[in-house]
Design a protein around this ligand. Sequence first.
Ligand code: NAP
Length: 251
Amino acid sequence: MKRLNLLILGGTSEASALARRLAREPGVAPILSLAGATDNPAPSPVPRRIGGFGGAGGLAAYLRDKRIDAIVDATHPFAERMSANALAAARATATPLVVFTRPPWKPQEGDRWIEVQSFDEAVDALGARRRTALLTQGRLQLAAFARAPQHRYVVRAIDRPPEIDALPDCKLILARGPFALVDELALMRNERIDVLVTKNSGGAATYPKIEAARALGLGVVVVQRPKPPKAQTLHALDDVMAWIEAHRATP
Ligand code: NAP
């Protein structure tokens, strides 16, 4: 069987888990691709490249140049542009592609969720009265909260987001997940959080904040996911490994 040149579009715990698994597979030559969104990405067990490709056209050229045989799109469910580009480039070059992602979280008994479609709606959902909101949704949407300066914001991020300067009453906590339930409970209690704002990222690594909010009876503003890419989608690492194996066997 041939050695499969596999491009993993990463930036998630799914991509890291796949890379760790493939590091032990002699039949696959993986390349893990990251956007370069964080200053100090975690070490990679497989060869890695960092930075954008230059749109769908740039990615198609990369696929041809590196003789990529298959793509696993393991980007975050909110990385809409990358997933759309990946699908377009895969079609243009007839490269097989599978999406490896986690299912969304579903509200459980005791959850006090307000589900919204956008960050603009999330800002509105905080209301007019002053509250302390824990923002964990990532740097890109921080600036949206500047139009609700009546609230106190506690922002958790991996690197200092420049957008934070737009928020007048704000505390920054620099940390990289996964976070344990006990730590999430302590953070919410110590900072007197009233409401949590989060994307519906899904997955286990960041779920303890949802459990902590449930335990403390806090409201959670949950931003729903964008439309998923129209491609074969798998949720389990073993299924992705089987998909890769099937493409190794294809001449
Ligand atoms: P995005 O809006 O879909 O992507 C913006 C641009 O960044 C893409 O057009 C592409 O540039 C480049 N890019 C994104 N992912 C890349 C990758 N894995 N390898 C190479 N280039 C990549 O994505 P985003 O929401 O900014 O997220 C950026 C990265 O952070 C993604 O890899 C994602 O998996 C990870 N992440 C995102 C979130 C989130 O909430 N959005 C959360 C956790 C992790 P070109 O067009 O130049 O190719």
